[in-house]
Design a protein. Sequence first.
Length: 381
Amino acid sequence: MRSPQSRILLPAFLILFCAPLGAQKIDIPDIPGYKTLQCDFHMHTVFSDGVVWPAVRVDEAAREGLAAISITDHLENRRKDVTSSRNRTHDTAKQSAKDKRVILIRGGEITRAMPPGHLNAIFSKDNDALYKEDWRESLAEAKKQGAFITWNHPGWDRQQPHTTRWLPEHEEIYKNGWMHGIEIANGGDYFPEAFQWALDKKLTIIGASDAHQPIQAYADFAKGEHRTMTLVFAKARTEEAIREALDNRRTAVFFKDFIHGEEQWLRPLLEKSLVVQKITHKPAATSGASTSARTEKYEIVFKNNSGLLFCLKKIVPGAPSHYFREYIIKPQGQLTLSVGTPAETGSDEISFEVSNFLTTPKTPLIHTIKLLPTPAAKTTK
Ligand SMILES: [Zn+2]
Ligand SMILES: [Zn+2]
């Protein structure tokens, strides 16, 4: 039997050594030419209607391996006893961001009923100057400060109860150059209409936690969950490089197990994450059943080098859809697949739909693999 003292010490020992701080980080590979930066540009603190101190937001981000955050307290919805400058949030968190190597981008949320709803101005210079009676003046000032402006949670139930609509006010905002990005995912909500608008109107897609509570309220890290975030494909891990990437729409949205974004970013991300280690050819049987049933058999070994999950569904491009089993390749996981192609088609390719990589609200990324059996390990290109 252990002494009372060791009974106290043992759990502490286990906590220290079994829960390394890196446990919450998700490994998402860089793509050729760009670093993949995990960012969250929308969250709150005690300086508006959140419940945590600004430096805590930095600690959370550091634990999760985020490159950058913006603390976007509401300029308007503040507790009555908060009378300080609207720059206080950012200034309070600055030192801790420096210590933890998290890029802290100044920002604030312009908060109105619908229309126009809520908009974030990040990369703002002076949040006090953004605070105005008239939202048009706030947005004009944000633009004057060189801020990057996003329309937040466009399909928020409370503001758009039936359908997610692009209203005349949003058209006006867009035409005035007061909207550069749009949230297609916010916390636990996803807005497919906004994703389509972003593609059509060339807006930058954004995903954000909009955390008001401590971040653990939104993600069970022990289960491998993560906050909703924006993946920024930047030339460097700097504030300027993030801004350049946002201005040039090099983002994807990481929401639950889904990655949303344009094919030009999702394809390299897939190819860097999921590699084909080996393909083995098993020649078709020549005796027995009728020739029409003959198939060429291949064994494919996939290795997932990332912390992302992949859902693959075997398809025949252009053919009417059939039922095919869905294969899940877990983070850092491996999968060996036995597949057949009809021998008479002579096809040396096999295609998969990556069901959780969406390049439009309705289009999954298609991943085609050349069936070239090689003795050596081979990666897909
Ligand atoms: Zn709020
Ligand atoms: Zn909001």
